[in-house]
Write a protein that binds this ligand. Structure first.
Ligand code: SAH
Ligand code: SF4
Ligand code: F3S
Length: 473
């Protein structure tokens, strides 16, 4: 049985001391750091901690690669495409280093948790000074200091290639630089125990571990006090929140407790595994004051045979029952999903099952992916006879269907008045504000940037596949 390990206050304070020592090393002139993030919201959230540490270490944050004295890349391993992009971009940093030999290049995140990838970086990407895994984020200052001290040594000793075992830890109280004043991530758990047969996440993010409810609630209260209006609870499978905690709690209970915090804000969450989405959850959502009526409920496939091979632990009928129950509780529910096309052994008939289920459910938006084999996962060892070209044909058909349905769903908003939260100024005339409905649909508006952070009623005047256009009432 996996034991959760909580980082002690003592251990955290020690990291702050390492920050002081880094600070002293770079005090002679301003130093700039850039954090480049790939992958999911969990990684976005981790990058906020990384930036928090860097600021505490004395760095100023920059968006400019030329200006940067330190570039940290927070990587994603979920598909080969993501990994290739990272490696291409990291390789290209050799030019920056040629111009500025003092540049420090740090690579963290999910990719680095794979032994083969660490080896590859060690051998072929000499531009990288520090490699650290997601389980070491809490001790980044110590690793950074050690990297700085190693510089100038010869050969292998000049770089630090670290990676903690992937069981992972729970760390509270780490510094965080949020980059948006309206929307905030709130991580409630880490890791995944589901082991879907195609997925690398359980291997790189480690076992599922939840933060204590009191810590989550305290952070939420603080965010609301600071004026954040849109809070997204994060976890690979938020529906299994609470497993392994001493307290007898679960995700609906946490959601209800969060909802009870007074204030004008929206609560969202990502992601829900269909097997664990319950009527209790739908009821809490329906009865809550703050919770968005939006569920991202990844389907992956509409074929029972493929779902079994994927180890998803639900079938087509079970999935449809959950959707019906959710819609019965919330008639205005916005539903989005993820689908993988071309899983090993998938046939034309399996794909047709996916298409028909997509039509039947009618998603507001879909994220579609072509299957990418991940070394070490069970699916990577399964026979995969269908050609890439054929998969691409299926994929294009699915995307066409998805787009048609999204466009229809969006068109149905035209003429209606909806409440939105203005979450950004785009600076692009004439629609210079971006906003979201409570269900999470994007609405472009024209208006004063001073409206950012406000809830407004807007009349929807136009729509496309991807967005709505509105007028402030
Ligand atoms: N924990 C989330 C998803 C994390 S990964 C969940 O279970 O819903 C996000 C999405 O990437 C998945 O839903 C899946 O559709 C896709 N994905 C994961 N592994 C993949 C792979 N090997 N190839 C293609 N897509 C993949
Ligand atoms: Fe991957 Fe499945 Fe876990 Fe999602 S639930 S992170 S798809 S193993
Ligand atoms: Fe990628 Fe890691 Fe998220 S593999 S999708 S960044 S958990």
């Amino acid at each position: 049985m996996y034991q959760r390990r909580e980082i002690t206050t003592q251990e955290r304070l020690q990291q702050e001391q390492y920050c002081q020592r880094v600070r002293a090393l770079i005090a002679h002139r301003p130093h700039y750091a850039l954090v480049d993030t790939y992958g999911c919201q969990q990684n976005e959230s981790d990058s906020e901690i990384l930036r928090g540490w860097l600021v505490q270490c004395g760095y100023e944050l920059t968006g400019s690669e030329e200006k940067a004295d330190l570039i940290a890349v927070n990587t994603c391993a979920v598909r080969e495409h993501a990994e290739k992009r990272v490696l291409g971009n990291v390789g290209a940093l050799a030019h920056n280093k040629a111009k500025n030999p003092e540049l420090l290049v740090c690579v963290g995140g999910c990719m680095t948790q794979q032994e083969t990838m660490r080896e590859r970086i060690r051998r072929s990407y000499r531009v990288v000074d520090l490699v650290f895994g997601p389980h070491e984020l809490w001790q980044f200052p110590q690793l950074l200091l050690e990297t700085m001290e190693r510089r100038g040594r010869r050969g292998a000793k000049s770089r630090l290639i670290a990676a903690a075992p992937s069981e992972g830890v729970v760390a509270e109280g780490l510094p965080r630089q949020r980059d948006n004043q309206v929307k905030a991530w709130l991580s409630i758990m880490n890791g995944c125990d589901n082991f879907c047969s195609y997925c690398i996440v359980p291997y790189v993010r480690g076992r599922e571990r939840s933060r204590r409810p009191e810590d989550v609630l305290a952070e939420a209260r603080e965010l609301i006090r600071l004026g954040y209006k849109d809070i997204t609870l994060l976890g690979q499978n938020v529906n299994s929140y609470g497993k392994g905690l001493e307290e007898d709690t679960d995700f609906p209970a946490l959601l209800a407790a969060l909802d009870a915090i007074p204030g004008d804000y929206v609560l969202r969450f990502m992601t829900s595994h269909p097997k664990d989405a319950t009527e209790k959850l739908f009821r809490v959502m329906a009865e809550s004051e703050h919770c968005a009526h939006h569920i991202h409920l990844p389907l992956q496939s509409g074929s029972d045979r493929i779902l079994r091979q994927m180890n998803r632990r639900y079938d087509r009928a079970g999935y449809l029952e959950k959707v019906a129950a959710a819609r019965a509780a919330m008639p205005d529910l916005v539903l989005t999903t993820d689908i993988i096309v071309g899983f090993p052994g998938e046939t034309e008939a399996d794909f047709a099952d996916t298409l028909s289920l997509v039509e039947q459910v009618g998603y507001d938006a879909m994220f579609t992916f072509i299957y990418s084999p991940r070394t070490g996962t069970p699916a990577a060892a399964m026979p995969d006879p269908v050609s890439r070209a054929e998969k691409q044909v299926w994929f294009d058909r699915l995307v066409q269907t998805a787009n048609r349905i999204s466009a229809e769903k969006h068109a149905a908003y035209v003429g209606r008045t909806v409440r939105v939260l203005v979450d950004g100024a785009t600076g692009q005339e004439p629609y210079d504000l971006s906003s979201r409905t409570k269900g999470g649909r994007l609405v472009h508006l024209a208006g004063d940037p001073a409206l950012v952070g406000q809830f407004l009623d807007v009349k929807i005047t136009d729509s496309t596949t991807w967005a709505l256009y509105g007028q402030i009432e």
